[in-house]
Design a protein around this ligand. Structure first.
Ligand SMILES: [Zn+2]
Length: 256
């Protein structure tokens, strides 16, 4: 059994409801503020999350996972039913001063704590690797976090999330179908396309100096990938990887 990561602070937020659904997803967020300020902001906005990790790697528990936190908002993934993933998810907030736009914003101490926390939660609540998601994955029209600098590859290297292989491509070639296979809601195709790039092809995502603008406009309304061939190849590779991941038992859930 994975070791429980050290929870440095406990500060439970008052806005939550009782959980009636099973936990299926873990949603990763980021915010520019430090954990203390994030707690205040969430409280003020009548929102919540389960954990907040600061740049120094200290973990704050802001709500017990058995309660439902208000962090995902209107969201969906892989044809999920209902308007929000709040009821079936755990929300983790990270401190990222540039809203996750650069890799260096996610300091080694933070990445290390996040890794430990994810392994612990995935094991405890039987969350599958393909269901660890970015807020931008599940709300592509509204959210840019945790940004193109988020260390997905590091999580993969630590056995947590799936990764693609450019030699294994899905046989499907239709863009919308591929995005749907991965899990994206394609109601607004440009938004789904950009959210895909944010996570899987960050070279296509612009670094925005005006963070307020980015928060108000999470995707360029006229976005088309600069390198379309590379985009389609990546799309097919990720669709293949996600589909394969769904059929396998992750190492942390195999019976000894
Ligand atoms: Zn978020």
């Amino acid at each position: 059994m994975p070791i429980k990561p050290q929870i440095k602070h406990i500060h439970h937020l008052p806005h939550f409801r009782e959980r009636t659904e099973e936990i299926k997803y873990i949603i990763i967020h980021c915010s520019r503020s430090n954990p203390e300020k994030q707690l205040k902001n969430l409280h003020k906005l009548e929102l919540s999350a389960h954990y907040i990790i600061g740049q120094n790697g200290e973990i704050t528990e802001a709500l017990e996972p058995k309660k439902v936190a208000y962090h995902a908002g209107i969201s969906s993934w892989h044809g999920s039913q209902g308007k929000s993933l709040n009821g079936s998810s755990i929300g983790i907030e990270l401190e990222a001063p540039d809203m996750g736009q650069s890799k260096k914003t996610y300091k080694p101490a933070l990445r290390h704590s996040l890794c430990n926390l994810l392994i612990y939660l995935c094991y405890k609540y039987k969350v599958r690797p393909e269901n660890i998601l970015a807020h931008s994955d599940i709300a592509p029209q509204r959210k840019p976090d945790p940004g193109k600098g988020f260390p997905w590859k590091y999580l993969y290297q630590n056995g947590i999330t799936p990764w693609y292989h450019l030699y294994c491509l899905h046989q499907e070639t239709d863009e919308v179908k591929l995005l749907n296979i991965i899990g994206y809601n394609t109601e607004v195709l440009t938004a789904a396309r950009y959210a895909f790039c944010r996570r899987w092809l960050p070279e296509e995502v612009k670094t925005e100096r005006n963070i307020k603008y980015m928060l108000d406009n999470p995707y360029p309304k006229d976005f088309v990938p600069k390198d379309e061939k590379r985009y389609f190849k990546r799309l097919r590779a990720v669709a293949f990887a996600m589909e394969k991941c769904r059929t396998q038992t992750p190492w942390y859930l195999t019976k000894k």
